[in-house]
Design a binder for this molecule. Sequence first.
Ligand code: CUA
Length: 341
Amino acid sequence: MSTNRAPFALAAALLLAGCEGAQTSLAGDGAEGMQVIRLGILFLAVTTLAYLLVLAFLAAAIWRRRPVGEERDQAVGKRNRASDPPRFRTMLIGWVAFVTIGLAVLTIASFFTDRGMAQTAARPAISIEITANQWWWDVEYEGSEPSRTVRTANELHLPVGVPAHITLKSNDVIHSFWVPNLAGKQDLIPGRVTDITLLPKKTGIYRAQCAEFCGVQHAHMALDVTVESRADFTRWWNAAIQPARPPTTPLALAGYNYVTTRECRMCHNITGTPASGRVAPDLTHFASRRSIAAGTMPMNRGNLYGWIADPQSQKPGSKMPYIGLEPAELHAVVAYLEGLK
Ligand code: CUA
């Protein structure tokens, strides 16, 4: 490939790369996403055709421009313009018909897309409540009975092919819930309850992102979305309602003692232990999540050390304070948290 074509190839590659992946609105992995993409393609086709026709008319007008002054005098007699008015009328009628039919098609298609999305929302099978906080997501699954209610944070598990009704709230400022692969956005507004229904069509791991600027860590307010088979989802739910695993090593036990008696317990809940705070992410099955601090970093030991040792250097402005753990305490706390699968 010659070097002057390289930028175009790169641009094309980047454009196509945007069509798949864990965070893209062009994949259509959910019912709503798919319908909106289909509607978008129809809009693009009709408007592209209209654009090309306008350009064609413009080119024809330039090509057939009427000569002026001396040129016209010379041209008179050369061309018989008697046939022009009827042809002009035909083209005008054709154009008006195209615009009318085009707009009608788009209006009808929009109506049916809207109706399709409303039908998805009309038969929800699971209910989830998501509360946005600066800068993390509190997620609660409504169980058939209180003991089956699941509370987690910064992750969402959804069974494929099952409509999930999600109630959205905010504790502080306006946020926006957005799983680009599955559906459009929905705002979370303090003092108001909004909702959205997701119907995932494909299993996979997706990334959701807060889509409304909500403060300095807005970019670090992501949500890991796992769409899995119904059997896997049921397995996850059954594991998620269990209390936290007890520590199995002396080091983890020391961590347990720290976490459940000192600062951590004031804000975090770990079901089955004295830690029962409600203002920070639930940690009962913390180590089974894919990321730390709402998608700020992947879940692994190194990141866990960094996060607990000094949260403010990892996510400045977040409510997780610097505690100043002694090295022995840090090792113990990490060992305990790692066991919370
Ligand atoms: Cu929450 Cu942006």
